[in-house]
Design a protein around this ligand. Sequence first.
Ligand code: PAF
Length: 281
Amino acid sequence: MSKIITSIKEMQAQSAALRAKGNSIVFVPTMGFLHDGHRALLVAGRKMGSTLVMSIFVNPAQFGPKEDLSAYPRDLDRDLKMAEDEGVDIVFTPSAPDMYPDGFKTFVEVEGLSNTLCGASRPGHFRGVATVVLKLFNLVMPHKALFGKKDFQQIKVIEQMVKDLDLPVEITGVETVREMDGLAMSSRNSYLGPQERTAAICVPKAMEEARKLVDAGEAESRIVIEKVKKIIEKEPLAMIDYIRVCRSDNLEDAPVIDEGSMLFLAVKVGKARLIDNTSLK
Ligand code: PAF
């Protein structure tokens, strides 16, 4: 049985005791409503240390005022079953008032990386992510932490924070897990109705076409972006937020495609905002 800890103080005390005994703590932070993408993080994490901790916390600080905080899907019983199946030792489920008590005033801002791509469409999002991840690191005190590569920008922001603030934790990115038809797994896919679910395939399809174009010798990002745009625009239920080709190291636009270039997309289908990315070479 995974141990469930809700108290911040208890989590910190437990982690300090585990560390004192020489355990290596591996951490998978989540917002719950787990899917096979989370399972892949847990499976990889289980092999990386002696104690596997997963947090479930829908972090209000990373949602904008008009976003889906109250609608965000939740299913704690199902999540606990997956935790159990994947050998999670501790499930940490703090409450929002404990994480952000009255008078909370400190936020972490990772400049630059936080303001492009999803950060441009969701102002304050990565400030909320960096803040909660730093708090969770201080509570769980992990040696290692795992994040999914679907949220590539999130990994970059966290890596930068870890570097700048000298946090003693090693970050690992885990490959995106996809449905049979290529759609990246996401808790928010549950917002998609049947027609929208079919429409959502335009995202992995466009990424595949982009890769084919580059494989065939296209090196101009502008041409690749145009092709991706055309494919997505053919789908009447899809609304493009952004399509960009950026360098994977600093997320700056890459006009010419090389080994470090990645395609990043955000597309709204119904209530779901789908994000995805792929290397182009
Ligand atoms: O990727 C997520 O689920 C969240 O952004 C995270 C890292 C758990 C922080 O709330």
